[in-house]
Design a binder for this molecule. Structure first.
Ligand SMILES: Cn1cc(CCO)c2c3c(c(-c4ccccc4Cl)cc21)C(=O)NC3=O
Length: 291
């Protein structure tokens, strides 16, 4: 048992992958298991402060929300030399926010099928979170992370030279995962710490916490709208209110069905918005449809 701080002792820091007032996130390799992790280091919050509540909130949420393929996995958290440290699953494809910017620069918009996949994955993650009687409260492109895995799709043997020359076709499999559980709160006795105002609903502003799960659905609706090119989203002002009165631009490059579904998810009345469960069964997202 050395007195070298655990972080330095157990991890090799590869690179800084994010920084903000919340702290800094590093891509690290664990010296023992050789795996890569995303580790967030933040200043230890003052005991009893709101920041401490958020920090503990995040760890409690991760502990409750064990393993789900559409929620970023938590491994460990500890405090050392006046810092709070949390060790999470590393998602190698960056955040959805990064991907939206990248696609805009490369003029490579999401296809309708890719938007369905995004919607379905995050809705699956939300269904799990809501089934645990919790709500995320900060769904947005910056908190959705991407894991890319190369999958062997087929191996073609070149019959010409008696089959020794194989060529493999690899396919990149994308998985979207909900991350940053710092705003997670319980549905029954919520202590709502507001998330990013661009994705916030009017009822939450009005401290109406009677339909918290539908605030996550609203934020997911605007997240998909943004990925579909509807952004950038206003932080305040008349356009902010107009969106919340149901005025979203029609996105002509996508189906009427998808436009209508996004409209439904961002409906002014939270009760009209679909639950995560009904989203997953929605005919627009069921690839083979329930004829
Ligand atoms: C800025 N940033 C970039 C990435 C991935 C880059 O490919 C990232 C991750 C996380 C987090 C994160 C968010 C909130 C709390 C703790 C962590 Cl480690 C932040 C991340 C996280 O939990 N897992 C990540 O991959």
């Amino acid at each position: 048992e050395s007195n070298i701080p655990r972080y330095k002792q157990e991890f090799h820091e590869l690179k800084l992958i994010g920084a903000g007032e919340f702290g800094s996130v590093y891509k690290c390799i664990n010296r023992l298991d050789g795996c890569t992790y995303a580790i967030k280091k933040s200043l230890k919050p003052v005991a009893g402060s709101a920041n401490e509540k958020t920090a503990l909130n995040e760890v409690y949420a991760h502990a409750v929300l064990g393993k789900h393929q559409h929620v970023v996995r938590y491994y460990s958290a500890w405090a050392e030399d006046n810092h709070m440290i949390i060790q999470n699953e590393f998602c190698n494809g960056g955040s959805l926010a990064d991907d939206i910017v990248k696609r805009q620069n490369e003029n490579r918009p999401f296809s309708e099928a890719e938007l369905h996949q995004l919607l379905l994955h995050v809705a699956e993650g939300l269904r799990y979170i809501h089934s645990m009687q919790l709500v995320h409260m900060d769904i947005k492109p910056g908190n959705i992370f991407i894991s890319k895995e190369k999958r062997l799709l087929a191996v073609n043997y070149d019959s010409a030279d008696d089959g020794f020359d194989e060529e493999e076709t690899l396919e990149e499999e994308i998985t979207y995962k909900i991350g940053d559980l710092g705003h997670v709160t319980s549905i029954s006795n919520p202590t709502v710490e507001e998330g990013d105002c661009r994705y916030l609903t009017t009822e939450i502003l009005g401290e109406d916490v009677s339909h918290l799960t539908k605030a996550d659905i609203f934020a997911l609706g605007l997240t998909v709208y943004e990925a579909a090119g509807g952004g950038p989203l206003p932080k305040n002002g008349p356009e902010w209110h107009s969106i919340r009165q149901g005025n979203l631009k029609v996105l002509p490059q996508y189906s009427r069905d998808l436009n209508e579904l996004i409209k439904l998810m961002t409906h002014p009345n939270p009760e009209t918005r679909p639950s995560a469960v009904s989203l997953i069964q929605h005919r627009v997202l069921c690839p083979f449809g329930n004829k």
